[in-house]
Design a protein around this ligand. Sequence first.
Ligand code: UN1
Length: 499
Amino acid sequence: MPHREILSAAGLASAELTGGDLVVTTPVDGSEIARVKSSTPADVTATIARSKAAFEAWRRVPAPRRGELVRLIGEELRAAKEDLGRLVTLEAGKILQEGLGEVQEMIDICDFAVGLSRQLYGLTIASERPGHAMRETWHPMGVCAIISAFNFPVAVWSWNAALALVCGDPIIWKPSEKTPLTALATLKICERALARFGEAPDGLIQVVIGGRDVGAALTESPDVAIVSATGSTRMGRTVGAAVAARFGRSILELGGNNAMIVAPTADLDMALRAIVFAAVGTAGQRCTTLRRLIVHKDVYHKLLPRLKAVYDGLPIGDPLQPGTLVGPLVDEAAAVGMERALERARAEGGTVHGGGRALGNRFPSGAYVHPAIAEMPKQSAVVCEETFAPILYVMRYETIDQAIAIQNGVPQGLSSSIFSTDVRETEEFVSATGSDCGIANVNIGPSGAEIGGAFGGEKETGGGRESGSDAWKAYMRRQTNTVNYSRALPLAQGIKFEI
Ligand code: UN1
């Protein structure tokens, strides 16, 4: 399907794709596909004001009614799955299967949030005073800004958006500068749902386009109650500090440096498939991508040759074509970053298999690369950094304690996994003394989480949790209520204070 057709099938008319200042290119072949208008500072101010007004109304709508809007968004997403999935592939470069998977993730979180809209449960708490009732209730919080990254241009937004909407919070979305089109197309899908819903306030779901200045206007505004940001640790340091400086609430999902331990008892066939999907899927550009493989010395010589053979035969190519497993990197800078990291790996004593540019003749302006395996003598400096590219650092271990220490020995703490059929090891790995990550898996890779669990991680990953479980609580304010229904006024802690 020609690029222009993909854009129009996703509802983007040529008028809105021309004349702007922000050039959008497709990683598929590096060509320009649109020029969209960035938001001015005045636009952002007006957007925040509209959102604030929308909050006044939306917080009064009963949560199950708010859920009805999210149900309609889910319905519209089902109808638009193919078209939006293909646009994700065109704009972000991930293979079509993953583009479609991303839209499925949006549909799933909508379903989850609809159920949640009837389950925003509080607590009743035993009061120490007679004739008193204590409880904890959850109220809408306010305007929620969502700053999303290019690699999951729509799914991660939807984790935040679906929850924020049922929790009573209007949303302002600042997509990555690299992927504004998927945001504009998703906004149209939401607008169809809003029209069917009929009673939502203006400005409930808005998009602002731009770079750091637009992000800063959101993070610094005291009228933005919540800032949920996904991206690099560097970005998170700025956003987190700016939001904290005004005592706002941030939800940060930042860098990952995810590992897999392959134990001597591991099912190596399964491990092999899991490693390849997690390390080269999305061309190594997931927050949850497998970047470090920690292999027991007794199985190293069995696993590594098989892994290298699979890498040698990986179908690298046009992400829109069926059969491709590895699409392009997002842009030239990403390919340069990968090359630099591999040079450092060599300088730190590593042996690199693969790497280098691919398909230069067919796509001279595309950033296609061969995924790389770097066998490292130890967890040196380059291994401790997140390079957003398909580089898999491989290290050996002898004892499980040593493997866990290597797994935990990096600044990031998003996802982790172990392949082992020894229950002592697997339970140790998910125990208090095991993996220090927000996600710890057994006999599956570190990526590809389902929406039902809370998603996020510790340390430099930022500590935020989004998506399932009770992540919704971050989008609401907790209120503790003590109600005295007696005719006396006893004080807590037995204090006597007679007047
Ligand atoms: C991300 O890369 O920011 O668990 C999100 C996964 C996906 C989400 C990744 N469900 O890999």
